[in-house]
Design a protein. Structure first.
Lengths: 238, 201
């Protein structure tokens, strides 16, 4: 069923991405990693729908989406541009029962994000933090440049807690003094991030198709179990 | 109707017959990829396609045997539950009707299964009568692994998760046995024109 969502706040994450915090009366709750459907209605009754990953933890008071603007898209330029506090649209969900993680599923966890593929993985890390979980978790985020990183302060803070390592790699441009990786994800990088395949990490990879294909292939070549590698790919539709 | 989304005008496409787009779908020109895990890479000399389960005698085809069967080229519209639709896609493959002629079936359902462990369930009547193919060419070219090559089941009248990539066989079943997405919140049948997306639909 469709429920009315009201925008409570928006947060600009990068020049082209925005987090939208929603109040959704009757929302039944979700599991970290799930997505929802959004339906927009124009004044003349025209409607269109898209799916977006949920960024917030199930424990959070507001439902959060982070939307990357696709310039020639129909919906994302509205959500990441025109939309403001008090605006309304409809949501349905949550959707998806596979690309999900609960603290009781245990670990270790390997999370690999390409660009805005970080969104559902962030829900998992927020869920982990909300439950004071000590599950060994490793996050690797690949973005073109530092200004493309979502949730940087929050991730830095979470990474100071026990059990979570956060790694970024900047594929196109690094600021002076950057000591992290500056290349596309490769086998050496994944081996360095760990955990070792012998620890049977629950692995979640999310990002554009080419990124996910490559990261999943590399992890399988490194000895990862295909059945533990969860992939969520998205194409350039918006 | 839901609340008006202030300031949203949308971009109606004038170049497409709305009667070809099921409810809640939008048209894409590219071909998005969705899979739940890594892409398997099965060597063709180890590949086979099997029909077994509730049949008198299971039957298998090697890759070369499949290619030797009469093929059809069809142009169809496809609809993904994640809301994209793509029109006029052209596929070449073997009709499931031809494959089913090789077995004596006593079942009304199938589970299609794939490399990587993916399964999906369908009523037999949805994959017979000229409505489903084991497709190995797309747009005249060999089907790429990320789109399901070497071969995928093509059942274009249902949401595209019912057209499993990397398909390796059909298990005929007497009872309907929900598959991978069907046990993870998605509709058991998946008719896009009835918008059968989720359990709640």
């Amino acid at each position: 069923m469709w429920r009315v969502a009201t925008v409570r706040r928006t947060v600009e994450e990068t020049p082209s991405a925005r987090t939208i915090l929603l109040e959704v009366p009757g929302w039944p709750g979700h599991v970290a990693g799930q997505h929802l459907d959004v339906r927009l209605t124009a004044e003349d009754g025209y409607q269109t729908e898209r799916s977006y990953s949920i960024a917030s933890a199930p424990e959070d008071a507001e439902l959060a989406l982070t939307v990357q603007r696709i310039d020639d898209g129909e919906v994302s330029p509205y959500l990441a541009g025109e939309l403001r506090e008090g605006d309304q649209f409809e949501v349905r969900g949550p959707v998806g029962g596979y690309f999900t993680w609960r603290v009781q599923d245990g670990g270790p966890l390997l999370l690999v994000a390409g660009g805005s593929g970080l969104v559902p993985l962030m829900a998992m890390l927020r869920h982990r933090a909300a439950n004071d979980s000590l599950v060994d978790a490793r996050l690797l985020v690949s973005v073109p440049a530092l200004e493309d990183v979502f949730y940087r302060e929050e991730l830095t803070r979470l990474g100071e807690g026990p059990g979570l390592e956060v790694h970024w790699t900047l594929t196109r441009r690094a600021p002076p003094g950057w000591s992290g990786w500056q290349r596309r994800v490769d086998a050496e990088m994944l081996a360095s991030v760990g955990p070792a395949p012998s620890e049977h990490p629950r692995t979640f990879i999310c990002g554009p198709t080419g990124f996910v294909e490559r990261a999943a292939d590399l992890l399988v070549e490194l000895g990862g179990e295909p059945g533990l590698i969860h992939a969520e790919r998205f194409g350039p539709t918006g | 109707m839901g609340p008006i989304s202030r300031g949203f005008r949308g971009r109606r496409r004038e170049d497409v017959d709305p009667a070809r787009i099921p409810p809640g779908q939008y048209l894409v020109n590219d071909f998005p990829v969705l899979s739940a895990g890594p892409t398997p890479h099965m060597p063709l000399d180890e590949w086979s396609f099997t029909i077994h389960g509730a049949v008198e005698q299971p039957v298998s085809w090697t890759w070369d045997e499949l290619l030797a069967l009469p093929a059809e080229t069809v142009t169809v519209d496809i609809h993904c539950v994640t809301k994209w639709s793509k029109l006029d896609t052209t596929w070449t493959g073997v009709s499931v009707d031809i494959l089913m002629e090789a077995v004596q079936a006593e079942a009304e359902y199938i589970t299609a299964w794939s490399d990587g462990g993916y399964t999906t369930n369908l009523p037999l009547e949805d994959v017979t009568g000229g409505r489903a193919w084991v497709a190995y060419r797309y747009g005249g070219e060999p089907l790429e692994p990320e789109h399901g090559g070497p071969a995928r089941l093509l059942v274009p009248h249902l949401y595209f998760w019912k057209s499993p990539k990397w398909v390796r066989g059909l298990t005929l079943t007497v009872q309907d046995e929900p598959g991978f997405w069907e046990t993870a919140g998605y509709h058991n049948h998946g008719d896009p024109w009835l918008e059968q997306r989720y359990w709640s639909d």
